[in-house]
Design a binder for this molecule. Structure first.
Ligand SMILES: Cc1cc2nc3c(=O)[nH]c(=O)nc-3n(C[C@H](O)[C@H](O)[C@H](O)COP(=O)(O)OP(=O)(O)OC[C@H]3O[C@@H](n4cnc5c(N)ncnc54)[C@H](O)[C@@H]3O)c2cc1C
Length: 384
């Protein structure tokens, strides 16, 4: 029996486990292979929905579902203490869970994601609102809907973070929301960004800089967040600039999962050193990494994890079935970018082809919403 273990049953882990089970269906039926997903939680969250929740455009309950219900029936699932991984022992090809059990593997997939660090910057936890988890997104919507005027600051604390386009999206959605409410003239919007410009990719930066100027959004860049002063209601950057706020909407610092660092598989921020083509963890031919947990210089996005899942599932199944033939990942990414409450554009790119975002339109906005709806029924279950 060959054991395939998938560490983390979020977006990437779920999709890759389903694809591996489909490819190894004969081996699983014959008792020659098994696929097991481990997650701390038995709930699957669709994080892209949190952006819409924070602006009142999606119901919170529509962003979550029981993980078991989206997993292929052939995939085993362990959660709670049985699924919470405390250590990965690469030398002995095993991992340990919080219930003290040890699980051996032949092939391991790391998909433990990226994690918000609220305590890394002084004052951040007390002063910043965010839409990067469900509870905070719900709280943020209550503040946005009752905001009658003043200064909103959208701040990105540091790079990298998941969904790189999210700061652009929330800024333009806030702008449009207050325009439609008829009080945009009473709301000042400032955008603080830790690298030069408003976005890291030149074509997107050019388009968004123009839109920001047209919409009257003030840009503070380069602005790497150093502290939040909750009593004076101001944030200060490492560059020495200060910006006042009434409502601070922030993208928190991110790190890879603690277990990655504890197992000696990550860098100082727990990102896994990963070959950008094979998606193998460097120095290991039986450990694959995908999604947010890798140190690959590419968007930490659900679409990245989805594209990577084709490569990882093929390579894992080929190893287990002994069919050989490795696939490689060309760096594919696709992201919609909301540019208001009813319009969007998108970016599609890979390692060799930079994105060329089309003019924003309502068609792309409705496509974004349709994709969200299809996620549970078709996408997570890998039926498309
Ligand atoms: C507000 C917001 C908007 C976004 N919008 C978009 C978008 O429009 N398009 C897009 O493509 N992407 C978007 N994303 C990004 C996308 O959600 C992530 O990139 C994606 O979820 C990454 O998948 P993953 O499997 O790597 O990590 P996750 O989906 O985060 O899953 C990681 C899993 O690992 C588990 N885990 C961690 N440590 C352990 C452990 N020790 N033991 C067991 N389990 C563990 C966690 O519980 C979790 O379930 C958005 C994200 C946010 C927050």
């Amino acid at each position: 029996m060959k054991n395939v273990l998938v560490a983390g049953g979020g977006l990437g882990g779920t999709i890759v486990a389903n694809r591996i089970a489909q490819k190894l269906s004969n081996e699983i039926e014959n008792g020659e292979a098994s696929v097991t997903v481990f997650d701390k939680s038995d709930m699957h969250f669709y994080q892209p929905g949190f952006l819409l929740v924070s602006m009142g455009a999606m119901e919170p309950q529509d962003t979550q579902i029981m993980e078991r219900s989206v997993l292929d029936r052939r995939v085993k699932f362990l959660s709670g203490d049985s699924g919470s991984i405390t250590k990965i022992d690469a030398d002995n090809r095993s991992l340990t869970t919080a219930d003290g059990k040890s699980h051996g593997y032949d092939q391991l997939v790391l998909s433990t994601g990226s994690h918000l660090q609220f305590d890394e910057i002084p004052g951040f936890a007390a002063g910043a609102d965010t839409f990067f988890n469900l509870e905070k997104a719900k709280e943020m919507w209550q503040k946005v809907r009752s905001f009658e005027g003043g200064k909103i600051v959208v701040d990105t604390a540091m790079m990298p973070h998941k969904c790189p386009v999210a700061p652009l999206e929330i800024t333009l959605m806030l702008d449009d929301y207050f325009r439609k409410k008829g009080i945009r003239d009473k709301v000042q919007i400032d955008y603080c960004y830790p690298v030069p410009g408003v976005f890291g990719i030149p074509n997107v930066n050019k388009m968004m800089t123009k839109i920001f100027a047209e919409r009257g959004i003030n840009v503070h860049s380069q602005f790497a967040l150093a502290s939040v002063d909750t009593s004076a209601r101001k944030i200060t950057s490492k560059e020495g600039e200060s910006v006042d706020y009434d409502l601070l909407v922030s993208i928190p610092p991110h790190k890879g999962a603690q277990v990655i660092g504890d197992s000696g598989l990550g860098d100082r921020r727990n990102w896994v050193s990963t070959d950008k083509f094979t998606l193998l963890v460097k120095g290991h031919d039986d450990i694959h990494a995908m999604g947010d947990t890798t140190d690959i210089a590419i968007s930490k996005a659900g679409s990245t994890a989805d594209y990577e899942s084709y490569v990882v599932s093929h390579n894992v199944a080929a190893e287990v079935a002994g069919t050989g033939g490795m696939k490689t990942y060309p760096g594919s990414v696709f992201c919609f970018i909301a540019t208001g409450m009813d319009q969007a554009t998108y970016i599609k790119f890979d390692y060799s082809h930079p994105p060329v975002p089309p003019t924003p339109s309502q068609v792309y906005w409705w496509s974004k919403l349709a994709y969200n709806k299809l996620y549970w029924s078709l996408h997570a279950r890998t039926m498309i």
